[in-house]
Design a protein around this ligand. Structure first.
Ligand SMILES: Cc1cc2nc3c(=O)[nH]c(=O)nc-3n(C[C@H](O)[C@H](O)[C@H](O)COP(=O)(O)O)c2cc1C
Length: 191
């Protein structure tokens, strides 16, 4: 099984990265293929709503020349998409939002003269989030948005691991959180 992790944190050694490490280790232990794309290292322009992609039913078809074609290819070649993000203003970070917008049009050919296919139908999608508020108040709106995004795109929503950051002076990771991240990997692989 091939996992594509879209990593939306700007902090290479931050909380979301720390949570991803034991998750990825467990995936690799279970012999999954894992690629992790750091979105802040990529050039991802916002969607221009030109709808050129809607004329191309078998490929991305975006006219913009940035790193999004490469990200499209990685997502297209995977079985499982992991959206890993800190919560900013109750949603994901800006590069992830730009990528989600580009993919919702580039993958779903629903918006042209005739309704076309979803190119990523049947893939699975899960969330790994960290947030300052309790997850029920911090990551809930992002999760609801992604549940709807998945339904619309014919993706299979597979769950969320969300962990609270209790503050800049409080250690984020401990053995219990590391164990939960590993268990989440096992849960996704066994779905
Ligand atoms: C600009 C900004 C906006 C944030 N907005 C929220 C928010 O709306 N809700 C929340 O629970 N936490 C919010 N946080 C806290 C982060 O989600 C939290 O500290 C997270 O663990 C940071 O992850 P990182 O270390 O990977 O960057 C915000 C942090 C920043 C920097």
């Amino acid at each position: 099984m091939k996992f594509c992790i879209l990593m939306g944190s700007p902090r290479k050694n931050g909380n979301t990265a720390a949570l991803l490490n034991p998750f990825m280790d467990e995936l690799k232990n279970m012999e999954a293929e894992v690629s992790c794309i750091w979105l802040y290292d990529k050039k991802i322009e916002p969607c221009l709503a030109c709808r050129n992609c809607q004329n191309e039913w078998d490929k991305f078809g975006c006219v913009q020349n940035d790193d999004m074609q490469e990200i499209f290819n990685e997502v297209y070649d995977s079985d499982f998409i992991i959206l890993a993000t800190p919560i900013y203003s109750w949603y994901c970070t800006a590069p992830m939002k730009a990528a989600l917008d580009r993919l919702v049009y580039g993958m779903n050919k629903y918006y042209g003269e005739e309704k076309g296919p979803s190119l990523w139908s049947g893939k699975k999608c899960a969330i790994i989030a960290t947030c300052g508020y309790r997850p029920e108040k911090g990551a809930d709106l992002f999760e609801q948005g992604i549940i709807r995004y998945c339904k619309h795109s014919s993706l299979i929503y597979s769950g969320m691991l969300a962990v609270r950051d209790k503050g800049y002076n409080v250690k984020f990771m401990d053995d219990e959180i590391s164990r939960k991240a590993g268990e989440f990997a096992v849960q996704l692989i066994n779905q």
